[in-house]
Write a protein of this length. Structure first.
Length: 281
């Protein structure tokens, strides 16, 4: 098997580990083809406790993504995804939170690194695949000195191709259904303070996440995705954070030998406690 990958330092070690793992799930092929997909990812997260005495929390996240086409450098040229998820959560301990998203709505466009991807758009009823998703999420935090670690596990039930009878792989009389398990480990390192939750803290954020899919309508690329991120963040107004970083993401296609390498900037806005920021306005 020949693997050709041209990365620029970021995530090289994780890329090698990822590709080694992918190797066990690939079909017998002579080559693995990396497809260059330049992207811009953004995510906006808002949360707060329902009142000052409860452990119940509401959360909401909005995702918006753009992409280039045919490996070009214009990351704004085409839409990739827009999604909205409301959550209900319970803070079991200071370090553990369990969240449930009953229904999230996702509109996703195909990735467009190949001319054939552009050509296939003409055969679709709509340029977006609409998906409903139910998600159970567990976040567990740990501290080692000034290092803040987060272990996040997600269990997702996905209904894909809600409107697109001729979307690739979608049955004509119903949406496809499958399950996905996701695990992410994240490290945040404060730079100018000793504690991540101190106001006016600059910090480094890193994470790696793996996605494993299975279920009734899923194919054979079970190890479907790996994300690796490195960024810098700043906390202000006590509970508001901004992050800007760089993402390497690997998506295995259904044929098991083509892998979309999505890479580009990622921007985050976090408001962890909405009520705590009101007096700052």
């Amino acid at each position: 098997m020949t693997i050709t990958l041209n990365t620029s330092g970021l995530g090289r070690v994780l890329a090698l580990i990822t590709l080694f793992t992918l190797n066990s799930t690939l079909k017998a092929q002579n080559d693995v083809e990396m497809l260059d997909n330049r992207i811009l990812y953004t995510k906006y997260y808002f949360a707060d406790f329902f009142n000052d005495t409860t452990k119940w929390v509401w959360e909401m996240d909005v995702v918006y993504r753009r992409q280039s086409e045919l490996g070009g450098s214009n990351i704004f040229s085409n839409p990739l995804r827009a999604s909205f998820r409301p959550w209900i959560a319970y803070q079991f301990t200071k370090m553990t939170r369990v969240s449930l998203n009953p229904i999230g709505v996702f509109n996703s466009a195909p990735r467009l690194p190949l001319q054939s991807d552009l050509d296939n758009l003409d055969n679709l009823d709509r340029p977006f695949e609409r998906e409903y998703r139910t998600t159970l999420q567990i976040n567990n935090y740990a501290y080692y000195g000034r290092f803040n670690f987060t272990h996040r596990m997600r269990f997702e039930s996905r209904w894909r191709g809600i409107d697109n009878a001729n979307w690739p792989g979608v049955e004509s009389n119903r949406p496809n259904h499958n399950f996905r398990f996701r695990y992410r480990i994240r490290t945040r390192i404060p730079l100018n303070t000793d504690y991540f939750y101190t106001n006016k803290t600059w910090y480094i954020s890193q994470y790696s996440e793996v996605h494993v899919e299975f279920g009734r309508d899923y194919g054979t690329n079970y190890f479907s995705q790996n994300r690796n991120y490195l960024g810098i963040g700043y906390r202000f107004w006590d509970w508001v954070r901004l992050e800007l970083g760089y993402l390497h993401q690997y998506n295995t296609r259904g044929n098991n030998y083509q892998i979309d390498l999505s890479r580009g900037p990622m921007f985050y806005l976090f408001i962890d406690l909405m009520g705590k920021t009101q007096h700052r306005r």
